[in-house]
Write a protein that binds this ligand. Structure first.
Ligand code: ADP
Length: 484
């Protein structure tokens, strides 16, 4: 099949979270399964700063979005280590800025242009996709575009669209006045009319209304988002499309997140040979300045520091834990000041127990997964979550709240039977978190039980090679004549 994959993040070029990892890994897995997949993302300033081999593909074109005349050209590369073509929409007026996402007044233009740029690149390539696969709000206007203002183009006559929801908390909602600037004035009737009347326009809702199929990144989250509690206002629309809404769990990229060959680690290991994990632990001590004390449990956190991640529970629990138990804590993350301040204070108060790296660092994220004993992820909600799968693969059992994809990937360890792969607390409150940490620490003292637990996680298969079949089956169902 021919697949045009459009994403605002594609690792290693541009990543702020799980979307970036999926944007890099799913196309690679589709290619490995024999499909012709082309990836499109913006040429952000940070891509230019990275050390990638990028060529010019097509010269400058003009694109009108209402009153704006935007000039863009197309650059090309491949996902490193693969032959998957990647095309960049190079529009310095929109993307030549510091961040991937901004609070700037033209954010709607930046991502309307991503969808338009991708479709114009397909036209220039004469690439007639069977599937256009879009991700999150940033590319969610593509289905309505194909259905309306590009319906004349025979190139897309057979094209079907899939929208993947990586997080319905981010919807790309703007004032209704932006509609004339999206290049979709002629499709005004296809936008949600009540919302427009209320003066709003949501990219994500428009995608939900018009995509041929909608997927989200775990079966549990697929159910959760059809409820008022987790639907963030979209639950009614998602219930209305439940016949084409599917939950497909994310995989992990086993070239990059694999302790046997992790390119960011100097020492490698596997379930049967764990010496490398001890060396990673020593290296993590050196990197963070924490005393190296094998046998003392070390808890790792790698996270965007936002409300979603549930770290508020740590405010009372972690100071108490550090005061009462001999444990270490290594935290990597950045985000909202209240969480950054909390971890900075914790590290100042107990420098021999806590290290906090307030930044984004891919190498340190890998070292924390490898060099910690357990991994904490108390998310309030979690569409899929990748870090818990990385930690399972790295012999670092996760401690998680029972929500979304965490339910689908982490099973409570039972010390008597030796079954399970981590620690799960049901109730999102301090007692729940305390219980899970306390139970994890007591299991850690039981060396035989702990080895079993580590082994259970490390021998599971979370790779994309399995998961990709579910996407391919879905594509086949959508594409006329491809279901055989
Ligand atoms: P989300 O997409 O909600 O951020 P996921 O668990 O799905 O959560 O994916 C998070 C990804 O982002 C992981 O690859 C994780 O290692 C990475 N990540 C998050 N914060 C940082 C950071 N400060 N430095 C490096 N990597 C980070």
């Amino acid at each position: 099949m021919k697949i045009l994959f459009i994403s605002s993040e594609v690792a290693p070029f541009a990543k702020t979270g799980g979307l970036g990892d999926v944007g890099g890994a799913l196309p690679r897995a589709l290619r490995a399964a024999g499909h012709d997949v082309r990836v499109v993302l913006p040429f952000y300033a940070r891509v230019a700063e990275g050390n990638f081999d990028i060529q010019r593909a097509f010269g400058s074109l003009e694109h009108r979005l209402g009153p704006h005349r935007l000039s863009f050209s197309t650059l090309e590369s491949t996902i490193p280590g693969t032959d998957v073509p990647v095309y960049f929409v190079h529009c310095p007026t929109l993307y030549g800025r510091r961040g991937i996402y901004t609070q700037d007044a033209d954010e709607h233009l930046r991502f309307a242009m991503l969808g338009w740029g991708a479709l114009r690149i397909a036209q220039q390539l004469r690439f007639a996709p069977d599937i256009v696969h879009v991700n999150d709000w940033q590319s969610a206007l593509v289905p309505v575009t194909l259905r309306s203002v590009l319906a004349w183009d025979r190139l897309f006559e057979q094209t079907r669209t899939v929208l993947t929801l990586h997080n319905v908390g981010h919807q790309g909602t703007f004032g209704a006045h932006v509609l004339p600037e999206l290049g979709l004035e002629a499709a005004r009737d296809l936008f949600h009319q009540d919302q427009l009347a209320q003066g709003k326009l949501s990219f994500l809702l428009t995608g939900i209304l018009h995509a041929n199929a909608i997927t989200t990144v775990s079966p549990t989250y697929a159910k959760e988002i059809t409820t008022p509690e987790h639907g963030v206002g979209l639950d009614g629309f998602l219930r209305g499309r439940s016949d084409v809404l599917f939950g497909i769990l994310n995989g992990i990229d086993d070239e990059v997140w694999n302790p046997r060959r992790d390119p960011y680690l100097r020492h490698h290991f596997s379930a049967g040979a764990l010496a490398g994990k001890l060396r990673c632990s020593l290296e993590l001590s050196e990197a963070t300045g924490l005393p190296h004390r094998p046998g003392v449990p070390r808890i790792g956190i790698v996270s965007r520091l936002t409300w979603q991640k549930g770290l508020d529970l740590c405010f009372s629990v972690l100071p108490r834990l550090l005061a009462r138990r001999d444990v270490q804590l290594v935290v990597l993350g950045s985000g909202e000041p209240k969480y950054e301040d909390f971890f900075a204070r914790l590290a100042r108060a107990a420098p021999r127990q806590v290290a906090f790296a307030n930044k984004f660092s891919e190498p340190l994220a890998h070292l924390i997964e490898a060099g910690s004993d357990m991994f904490l992820m108390p998310s309030r909600y979690e569409p899929c979550g990748l870090n818990q799968m990385y930690s399972l693969a790295y012999g670092t059992p996760p401690i998680v709240h029972a929500t979304g994809g965490l339910v689908d990937t982490v099973r409570l360890f039972d010390r008597r039977t030796g079954r399970g792969n981590g620690f799960v607390f049901e109730h999102f409150d301090e007692h729940g978190l305390w219980w899970a940490l306390d139970y994890a620490l007591s299991c850690f003292e039981d060396r035989a039980a702990w080895s079993r637990l580590v082994h259970n996680g490390m021998t599971e298969d979370f790779s994309w090679s399995h998961r990709v079949r579910e996407y391919v089956d879905l594509y086949r169902k959508l594409v006329p004549g491809a279901s055989s």
